[in-house]
Design a protein around this ligand. Structure first.
Ligand SMILES: [Zn+2]
Length: 149
């Protein structure tokens, strides 16, 4: 693993607080494919598969994906500029072919949609459990057959 890969997989200089914020906002799932990122699919064991991906690259250099965006350098390791992704999606958005498809605006929108969905789903407490209602009536004067199953 060279220096660039190491920086990519760890989210650069993001603090522990920022890392925690991104993980919680994303529900431990990839913001693009929704894969659960704390369990190895082959081992079934707890494995950290998440990577913090920069939307606007960490530096302004040409080697930094989307790094030419005018976002202030001091804000590039903020939670708002980091997405929790699986390694496959992280690699794709930063690959030469992926850069054209995954613009800063598109990644920001996808991150927001995912994080809003996670927040909504995790806000549903036990008082919001589903209850099945069975309502039986007549249609055109005839009884309707509706089994309990
Ligand atoms: Zn993914």
């Amino acid at each position: 693993m060279d220096g660039q890969d190491a920086a990519r997989s760890t989210g650069g200089k993001a603090s522990e607080q920022v890392r925690r914020e991104v993980w919680v906002r994303s529900g431990g799932r990839c913001a693009l494919c929704n894969a659960y990122l704390l369990e190895g699919p082959m081992s079934g064991r707890t494995v950290n598969l998440g990577e913090l991906a920069h939307i606007v690259g960490r530096s302004t250099g040409a080697q930094s994906p989307r790094g030419g965006h005018p976002l202030d350098l001091a804000r590039r390791d903020d939670a708002d500029n980091l997405m929790l992704l699986c390694a496959s999606d992280h690699g794709e958005i930063d690959a030469p072919g992926g850069l054209a498809a995954f613009t800063v605006e598109k990644l920001r929108r996808l991150k927001q949609v995912h994080e809003d969905r996670i927040r909504h789903l995790t806000s549903l407490g036990p008082d919001r459990a589903t209850t099945v209602l069975r309502v039986v009536g007549r249609i055109h004067g005839k009884e309707v057959e509706l089994s309990r199953q």
